[in-house]
Design a protein around this ligand. Structure first.
Ligand code: ADP
Length: 363
């Protein structure tokens, strides 16, 4: 049994995390701010620390730096948890995005304790003293604050809902309580998606979203995403076409996936049955193209120029969208040096095509 220190200022999330750690057969110690955490670390030497980023009076990064300068504590792996990815998050052993996913937390705790065991049997010299500069909440940007304030309670609610679902495992899924719990979880994820979209849109507007572009074969990178899509959407016939020669483009895989996922999810939302989709990768006129085609309701011609506008939704569309998805996709495509085009025929379907500059073949 190992000791895991959990540092979180929201009591309900702190309780949930302790429950997860204890469920794995370990002991948990709890702290709600950085100073308390440091005291416990000095006195009880935990094997692993899970820390929120935004703590009262200091940040999780400051806590990590304070640990690193103490030889006896420098080796403890620290998992940083935050709704937004703070700039210095790579100083942590691992970063977990809020809202937290139960399986991710469990896996991270198990791996963190293995890492901790290894570093204790094979200690490295302590890290050089870091330049500990006080980072105050006042200097944190507004977006990080909003993300934290909204995503932390969401994270707590989601984790508790998942714990409740686990307790109900084996119970009849058709029971009203099971269905209600599923509805709660779905709505919480929807709220989380909306907050993420609002934050992404704000970051894009302010030019604060920075991509890491690397050359990839578009077909190779997309294929596993489509396989994952097929597993979830077993009722949809999805065909994939790509040329034999790889189509190379410089992309930020995570952000590019966000574009592809959004186009696919729109195709599902607005592609009335029969649900059939095609995804095609091809090279044309010096561009790498990824076309997502559905055979759904289509978009009226007069609406086409506006579908990429912020908050724009085509009237009578129904559904549960918020009109930010295509706006974000178009902005992300531009950050890749490309664009998105759309062709649509009412009643027949739509094709959204991502255009990217081709990357040169590696020498
Ligand atoms: P959301 O789907 O969240 O409303 P989007 O920005 O992704 O927001 O899409 C904007 C609007 O464009 C949608 O509300 C819908 O009316 C229309 N739309 C997007 N994709 C399709 C599609 N594949 N078929 C028909 N209409 C679409």
């Amino acid at each position: 049994m190992a000791l895991v220190l959990i540092v979180e200022d929201e009591p309900a999330l702190l309780d949930g995390l302790c429950e997860v750690v204890e469920g794995l057969g370990h002991e948990s110690a709890r702290a709600s701010d950085g100073l308390e955490a440091l005291n416990i670390a000095v006195n009880r030497r935990p094997s692993l620390i899970l820390s929120d980023y935004m703590l009262p009076g200091c940040t999780g990064i400051e806590l990590i730096r304070s640990l690193r300068v103490q030889h006896a504590l420098a080796q403890i792996p620290v998992v940083l948890m935050s709704a937004a990815r703070p700039r210095a998050s790579d100083e942590a052993w691992r970063f977990l995005q809020k809202p937290l996913n139960l399986a991710d937390i469990e896996r991270t705790v198990v791996e963190g304790l293995t890492t901790s065991e290894r570093s204790q049997s094979n200690p490295r010299p302590g890290a050089p003293p870091a330049n500990v500069s006080p980072v105050t909440l006042a200097r944190e940007d507004m977006l990080n604050w909003v993300a934290h304030e909204i995503k932390s309670p969401l994270s707590t609610a989601l984790m508790n809902a998942h714990l409740l679902k686990r307790e109900q495992d084996g119970a009849d899924d058709s029971q009203p309580s099971a269905r209600r719990l599923d509805a709660i979880i779905r709505q919480l994820y929807r709220m989380d998606e909306l907050v993420t979209s609002i934050l992404d849109a704000a970051r894009l507007d302010e030019g604060r979203l920075v991509l890491t572009l690397e050359p990839h074969s578009l077909g190779a990178v997309i294929a596993p995403w489509l396989a994952a899509f097929r597993e979830v959407h077993t009722d949809i016939e999805l065909s994939f076409e790509e040329p034999k020669a790889p189509v190379l483009a410089r992309i930020d895989a995570q952000r590019f996936r966000q574009i592809v996922d959004n186009l696919l999810s729109n195709a599902v939302k607005y592609g009335v049955p029969p649900k059939r989709l095609t995804v095609e990768v091809r090279a044309e006129n010096g561009e790498g193209l990824v076309a997502v085609r559905d055979f759904g309701r289509g978009i009226p011609a007069a609406e086409l120029p506006r579908v990429f506008d912020r908050f724009h939704r085509v009237e009578g569309t129904g559904g549960r969208g918020h009109g930010l998805g295509l706006y974000i996709c178009a902005a992300l495509a531009r950050l890749h040096g490309g664009r998105i085009s759309v062709e649509s025929t009412l009643g027949k379907g739509s094709t959204f095509t991502i255009h990217l500059p081709l990357a040169p073949e590696p020498a």
